[in-house]
Ligand binder design. Structure first.
Ligand SMILES: [Fe+2]
Length: 301
């Protein structure tokens, strides 16, 4: 895990750890974000040999670069092929989510106006998020290093890609895309406790030692990406890696997976393998619980 310090390149905020009402004027300037080595498309990406796809992905990524100069999110004029990928994946996921997703998540998707009919724009989701939980979205052109990514949560801001996966593998993407962001991550930020928990992770990332950062990466993985929650006596999914993948979401509830009660100490010392289906998942009792244990943990840094 790489560990350059993002906070060295952005201004220190003028608010305290317990301030969940971060104002626009508290935010660092987006033009001050200097990310090293933002991930380009890898050779194992299904679109790696498709020049048209690569051109389109680069164009949409360039809009994120423009955001860092202007601070204004550009809506993407998604074409019919892109909309079709969305419809296929969103419809299939919705059917599994109806049985497997957290009740909160299912409601949040409606509250944000995310529909199977068309790809949602970051502008509209960010506006609504701000009203509901004072969270924001900022476009980014690819995966960035862990500390920089997590640090932005400290300002109640989630960095989000805008391009969509390749049509040849609608069920799969090796990198985040608009499906993973808006069907996986974004709805959960409307939950106040989850949003506050995310902000604590961000605070932690800004001051963590390299070892602590690795622990935070594991906490993020087993919650934000692959978290399960106990709801009315049933185990449900709230992690984005589960909610945005039919394979992972079905698999999470089979005997292939060990589902353990969430234990923070155990989670932060448990390694994971991102390249395969997850064999071990952790179940939280509530979002409020996750927020409280994370707050105490971060306070110990
Ligand atoms: Fe993710």
């Amino acid at each position: 895990m790489r560990t350059e310090t993002a906070s060295a390149t952005i201004n220190e905020p003028a608010f305290t750890v317990d301030n969940f009402e971060v104002r626009g004027e508290d935010l660092p300037e987006f033009r001050d974000m200097k990310f090293e080595d933002i991930n380009e498309l890898h050779l194992d990406h299904p679109g790696a040999n498709d020049t048209e796809y690569r051109k389109r992905r680069d164009y949409i990524a360039s809009l994120a670069k423009k955001f860092r100069e202007t601070g204004v999110i550009t809506n993407v004029d998604y074409n019919e092929d892109e909309q079709n990928i969305w419809r296929v994946v969103a419809n299939r996921l919705e059917e599994i989510q109806a049985r497997r997703a957290s009740e909160f998540y299912l409601q949040a998707k409606k509250d944000l106006g995310i529909s199977n009919a068309r790809i949602p724009q970051l502008t509209e989701m960010s506006r609504r998020l701000k009203e509901l939980s004072n969270f924001r979205l900022a476009p980014i052109e690819g995966l960035v290093e862990t500390r920089a990514f997590l640090s932005w949560l400290s300002w109640r801001t989630m960095l989000s890609t805008q391009y969509i996966r390749h049509h040849s593998r609608p069920e799969y993407t090796p990198e985040p895309d608009i499906v993973h962001e808006s069907i996986g991550h974004i709805p959960m930020f409307t939950n106040r406790a989850f949003a506050d928990f995310s902000q604590f992770i961000g605070h932690g990332a800004r001051v963590a030692t390299d070892d602590q950062l690795e622990e935070l990466g594991r906490l993020y993985w087993f919650t934000v990406e692959f978290g399960l929650i106990e709801e009315d006596g049933e185990t449900k999914a709230y992690g984005a890696g589960l909610l945005s993948s039919y394979g992972e979401l079905e698999n999470a509830f089979t005997d292939n997976v060990e589902r353990r009660p969430f234990d923070l100490k155990e989670v932060i010392s448990t390694p994971y393998d991102y390249s395969d289906m997850q064999p071990l998942l952790y179940v939280i009792p509530s979002y409020g619980y996750l927020k409280e244990v994370t707050k105490n943990y971060i306070a110990s840094f």
